[in-house]
Write a protein that binds this ligand. Structure first.
Ligand code: PLP
Length: 392
């Protein structure tokens, strides 16, 4: 194996050295319980609050609007279940979301349906874009909440979040966005974009796994997520995961400090991958919008190729990639996102997601471009499906 290229940053990212260094003291000497009144505890509490300020600054929110959670999925659950429970007291039991959401949203919406709530799942166009006009048309007098992801984890399509936020607010409907894939990739301003609730997760931007945050606009008082002690203003009890919260704060500060600069490096890498693959490998197609796209996302389907085999052969060449979302790998069901943008099962199965982060280099891209074409050729040579495609 000549090189190791990690190109699965939408699944998770490596903790950066700065984040690691920031966390270590809290696993060693700064171990105090943030609720304790002596200095060791008070210092930990102060540092958690400093991390909260960093998360708030990244979103143009106020620190008291930020709650630390254990992951993006937890934040998504809190948003949907909390808002629906709150609004049902006013007789509003209708939720609008989209067919391409992450399972943290889709399965939560399905759980709500089982409890008697009504859910509208909006379709997307063949680029994976949700129409703001469709959101407007779907809003009813009993609509409580709209939840549309900021950017898709599989195909990278970035949604018209500000436009949807305005429609929701004009209609008096709450708006939540799952921004797990968007942090550090696009500029987010919860106030300007009329976002009432937002979910994020540290491990997608070089922070640790198992810590997330939930933005909830002040004035919107959701039911408690975990009852217990007074942590997180009594809304989400449990002794804080101090080291990981510090890691999240450090990671978000770095990720959001130089978005334009980072994208100026990432986009040429993405474009080289897309252009070269599309022009040198026959019968493949780009999934997702070409322009409204996460700067590090490449998602391409290859006819006559089986995704799992493609991933294994890339792995043998030292390349880590994905064929769908991390949560669906291991399952042979084709991705719900790829089906939603109109791909047939066989083509959806042959899809490859390469997701870059700011630690990737043009040498990584060249390495992928050297290894991928012969791998595709080899797989196609063994594929009865490819034989059939060739025979028309
Ligand atoms: N939402 C999106 C869009 C994601 O991509 C993910 C993770 O892949 C999640 C939610 C879940 O985040 P976590 O793994 O922190 O629970």
């Amino acid at each position: 194996m000549d090189r190791f290229v990690y190109a699965d940053n939408a699944a998770t990212t490596q903790v950066s050295p700065q984040v690691f260094d920031a966390m270590v003291p809290y696993l060693k000497d700064h171990f105090g319980n943030p609720s304790s009144i002596y200095k060791l505890g008070r210092d930990a509490s102060k540092d958690i609050e400093a991390a909260r300020v960093k998360v708030a600054a990244a979103l143009n929110a106020e620190p008291r609007e930020i709650f630390f959670t254990s992951c993006g999925s937890e934040s998504d659950n809190w948003a949907l279940k909390g808002a629906m429970q709150l609004m049902s007291k006013k007789g509003k039991k209708h939720l609008i979301t989209t067919v391409i959401e992450h399972h943290a949203i889709l399965h939560t919406a399905q759980a709500l349906e089982r409890q008697g709530y009504e859910v509208t799942y909006l379709p997307v166009n063949d680029m994976g874009l949700v129409s703001a006009e469709d959101v407007k048309k779907a809003i009813r007098p009993d609509t409580a909440l709209v939840s549309v992801m900021y950017a898709n984890n599989e195909i990278g399509t970035i949604q018209p979040v500000a436009e949807i936020g305005k429609i929701c607010h004009d209609a008096g409907v709450l708006f939540h966005t799952d921004a797990v894939q968007a942090i550090g990739a696009v500029e987010i301003d919860v106030k300007a974009q009329n976002i009432d609730m937002l979910s994020l997760s540290a491990h997608k931007f070089h922070g640790p796994k198992g810590v997330g945050a939930f933005y909830c606009r002040k004035g919107l008082v959701l039911p408690n997520l975990i009852d217990g002690g007074g942590q997180e203003r009594s809304k989400r009890a449990g002794t804080e995961n101090t080291a990981y919260i510090i890691g999240l704060g450090t990671a978000i500060e770095i990720a959001c400090a130089n978005i334009a600069e980072k994208n100026a490096r990432l986009i040429p890498m993405r474009e080289k991958l897309i252009d070269t693959i599309l022009t040198t490998i026959p019968r493949c197609r780009l999934n997702g919008d070409r322009e409204k796209r996460l700067p590090g996302n490449v998602n391409i389907s290859f006819e006559g190729v089986e995704g799992e085999s493609l991933l294994l052969m890339l792995d043998m060449n030292g390349i880590c990639a994905s064929s769908g979302s991390a949560c669906t790998s291991g399952s042979l069901d084709p991705s719900h996102v790829l089906l939603a943008i109109g791909l047939v099962h066989e083509v959806a199965h042959g899809s490859l997601r390469l997701s870059l982060s700011d630690v990737n280099t043009m040498e990584d891209v060249d390495y992928i471009l050297e290894k991928l074409p012969p791998v595709i050729e080899k797989l196609r040579a063994m594929s009865p499906l490819w034989e059939r495609i060739n025979k028309g």
